[in-house]
Design a protein around this ligand. Structure first.
Ligand code: HEM
Length: 487
């Protein structure tokens, strides 16, 4: 049917957006990969546009970035949960343009370079933890906690020079409880108040109460950290201190700081931890990929020192594993929805103002036209790709490696930090260990492959609990991890 503008209405996707039932993940992913380039769907009062083609993402989110870089705010998950202060929920307005250079300053390439030693150190400690954990657990481990501890430490060291030693530390437990609930609350299904605005008027819904309770916990948790910096007599430099200077200059207020720090915790911890949790399972299922990586590492680096950042350019297979991981088992399926505030037209279709625009990363990553046999984990497909995801993200969308970091002006602010962390994580893991599937044996006498269709859906997607062993590859691993840094 035609719209009032004489333009065509976008086609509606097959099936329904929310997939419930016995296998919601499988149903959802099959649906997501079946979609054509662009669809529109009414979600109650709100209109959602789903982009599943690399080209249309380039045309709209990248080339028309000035229009497609907003966020459509949600009463429950933005106004109530973050008092309208969330950075990644912020519409593309004056406030966003004021905050963005501050965030880029904290997370840009320069910051990654300056914090190089810190990052190296954290990944060495991660390997120590995996060594210890794996030696102590004869049935294997689910490594999620240690990956979360590492990604948390990187954020807390950058933000306030704080690190946590073990996964048993009460701070780690508090972080997990408060932030997991926080991230769970921003999920799409909690945008009900936009789909059905009458929800805004109901005073005591359990969702409203949960959101306010969580907001109180998040603000107390992050407020305490900010106080630690304020009370630090040595005045050590850190990101929160920079934010506090901006407060003194009247640029930021107290809540701005809380919710900028929230963005680091919410966006910069689980994404990395989930990527490494996925990759460990995927590598355990693909021993031949590990063998090739081991050969490359032994040839290029040898067995007498740990990988370093300067090795990256000489490790094409490791780089390819990382890119394939971000495609095959990306931690985010539907990105963070963009929004468009004014009417637009695309290929004769009407794009109504105030639509939510969703980048269907999962669908694009499983597109057979883009990736041959997309359901296979095949790092080889990226062997010829020498550039970082950050560099490729700003070029022609059809030549991008993957869309894991989003697109356009809202591209992941932490992309440089993330790529560095993934390189250190994956190169260290494979230099130190052979990751062995420790699932029970099947009828053929081999461990049953880890079922990567069993997932926990949320803003970040996690594989269900699985068991792997981190088997030390050679004598120098322990010497280097626990002893001298060079042998
Ligand atoms: C593998 C790791 C990561 C993945 C896959 C990832 C992915 C994403 C995605 C999909 C978005 C939304 C982009 C869009 O709207 O188009 C995003 C936004 C963001 N990410 Fe990341 N991210 C990762 C790591 C990090 C890290 C380590 C940090 C910071 C320390 C970070 C900070 C942010 C911030 C602040 C935003 C909000 C950008 C905005 O709204 O303008 N991310 N990320």
């Amino acid at each position: 049917s035609n719209t009032p503008h004489g333009l065509k209405k976008l086609p509606t996707p097959p099936g329904h957006f929310f997939h419930v039932g016995r296998e919601p993940h499988k149903k959802f992913t099959e649906w997501a990969r079946s979609l054509g380039d662009i669809y529109g769907v009414h979600m109650g009062q709100q209109y959602w546009i789903i982009l599943t083609g690399d080209k249309v993402v380039g045309e709209l989110l990248q080339k028309r970035g000035g229009k497609y870089s907003s966020r459509i705010t949600s009463y429950y998950t933005y106004d109530l949960l973050t008092r309208g202060k969330s950075y990644f929920g912020c519409p593309y307005n004056e406030r966003y343009r004021m905050l963005t250079p501050i965030m880029h300053g904290a997370l840009g390439q320069r910051s990654v370079k300056e914090n190089s030693k810190l990052l190296d150190n954290e990944f060495r400690i991660l390997m120590q933890n995996l060594c210890n954990a794996s030696t102590n657990a004869k049935d294997g481990v689910y490594p999620k906690n240690w990956f979360q501890l590492t990604s948390l430490n990187i954020i807390t060291i950058l933000c306030l020079n704080k690190r946590t030693e073990t996964v048993d530390d009460p701070f780690f437990t508090e972080f997990k409880t408060v932030m997991e609930e926080h991230m769970d609350l921003v999920k799409i299904t909690n945008r009900l108040s936009e789909f059905f605005p009458i929800m805004k008027l109901i005073p005591n819904t359990s969702l409203r109460n949960k959101i306010i309770a969580n907001r109180t916990k998040v603000e107390a948790f992050l407020g305490k950290l900010i106080k630690e910096v304020e009370n630090d007599k040595e005045k050590k430099p850190c990101i929160i201190r920079n934010f506090l200077h901006k407060k003194d200059e009247g640029i930021l207020d107290e809540l701005d700081i809380i919710y900028l720090v929230d963005a680091f915790f919410a966006a910069g911890t689980d994404t990395i931890a989930s990527s490494l949790t996925w990759l460990s399972a995927t590598l355990a299922n693909n021993p031949e990929v590990q063998s090739k990586a081991h050969q490359e590492l032994d040839r290029v680096i040898g067995q007498s020192r740990l990988p370093e950042v300067s090795d990256e350019q000489n490790l094409p297979y490791i780089r390819a594993i990382i890119k394939e991981g971000q495609r095959y088992c990306a931690p985010i399926y539907l990105g963070v929805p963009h929004g468009i505030e004014e009417d637009d037209e695309y290929n004769g279709y009407h794009i109504p103002a105030n639509s939510v625009v969703v980048l269907n990363q999962y669908g694009i990553h499983m597109d057979e036209k883009r990736y041959e046999n997309p359901k296979e984990f095949k790092p080889e497909r990226f062997l010829g790709v020498t550039e970082s995801s950050a560099a490729l993200a700003n070029r022609n969308s059809e030549n991008r490696d993957h869309f894991g970091f989003g697109a356009g002006r809202r591209l992941c602010t932490g992309i440089h930090m993330a790529e560095r962390e993934l390189f250190l994580g994956v190169s260290h893991l494979l230099w130190c260990f052979r990751i062995e599937n420790a699932s029970p044996l099947g009828e053929d006498g081999k461990p049953i492959p880890i079922d990567l269709n069993k997932v926990r859906l949320g803003i970040s997607v996690w594989p269900e609990d699985y068991r792997v062993k981190f088997i030390i590859r050679h004598d120098n691993v322990e010497k280097l991890l626990f002893g001298l840094s060079q042998i």
